[in-house]
Design a binder for this molecule. Sequence first.
Ligand code: SF4
Ligand code: SF4
Length: 390
Amino acid sequence: MKSKVAIIECRQYRSELTDRAVSAAVELLGGWQEFVSKEEHIILKPNLLARCAPEKACTTHPQVFAAVGKGLLEAGYKNLYYGDSPGNHLIGVEQTAEGCGIRQEAEALDIFPANFSEGQQVPFPQGYAADHFVLCKGVLEADAIINICKMKTHQLERITGAMKNTFGCVYGFNKGASHARFPNADSFGKMIGDLNRLVKPRLHIMDGIMAMEGNGPQSGDPVPMGVIAASADPVALDSLFCRLVHLDPALVATNVYGQKFGIGTYEEEQIQLVTEEGEISMEEAVSRWGNPDFKVEREAEFRGQLNSISFLQPLLDRKPYVKKEKCVGCGICVKACPVEPKAIYFRGGKPAYHYRRCIKCYCCQEMCPKKAIGVKTTRLAKLADRNWRI
Ligand code: SF4
Ligand code: SF4
């Protein structure tokens, strides 16, 4: 059976539009009852990466979160909670949710905060990459998760959509430790695949009204994409996002392992794309909502023969660097660095890198609140990408 993905045009964060778009998407998939039952304890899991104003497009927009909550409440679901583990575990979950505008919407709808402030180790011996996870207690107390993800870029995984949004089920500083345990896009993507096998959100709803392009997941730029999309298959949903931004879905490790592990599919012929007007082809969706200029890493990572020459590796890496004029010296990047001893430290009041220690996880870039960390591709890497692809 094909994976069904619903796509609804929605160009503004106005509650009458977002409410309608979310309920139309869920209706096309069969209604809420297809995914959750009324007796269940349900967690709404938005993206709450950091305390960012909604217009920055870094976190799930509160209107989309509210649309999901209202849709469920109107359908008679009462046992609703919300939560996410933010990137900076030193800032409380509710404080972060307040900064993103989600807490206010949740309180207005009587959707309660779940316990994302404590963690518990869960063995996962069947994992392909990870044999255990430390999950937030709120996740363990829930019967079902509805994943309300954001359409954004990510320096390590190229995109962060439905699959990667489950990383916020991992408790606090264990997220940083996971970056150290799974230091590259491939191993990290495999771990995210395992995590999705464990937490298994029932439904994924993607806020793609304003997406983030460029230096995501926190320091990029908002760009209108004008859609709400939803699916029970996070891989199919993420692959729709990839195709809309002209990125080959097979270059995203979370798609590759998601498909390999049987979570879903990114194969176009296995995806049924539905709109309110009926079924449409991927080609039509891309022509209606696609953006070929969306800034995302599209180059293949494989650099052919050069990859096997180990002394060239440092010259091929994409390196984080500090834009000193933007840096305010807050030190969040140093706290976010998961390696010991740290690969980023203070020198003359500004952060500097110890590149030999750096595992290129980009946690520092992800957590910088001032867009003061960029990622640069060396000239040799660019040349290699163009000429030595395999
Ligand atoms: S680079 Fe960013 S996170 Fe690091 S000290 Fe400067 S402003 Fe803070
Ligand atoms: S310096 Fe930045 S990219 Fe390097 S290991 Fe630390 S957090 Fe990761």
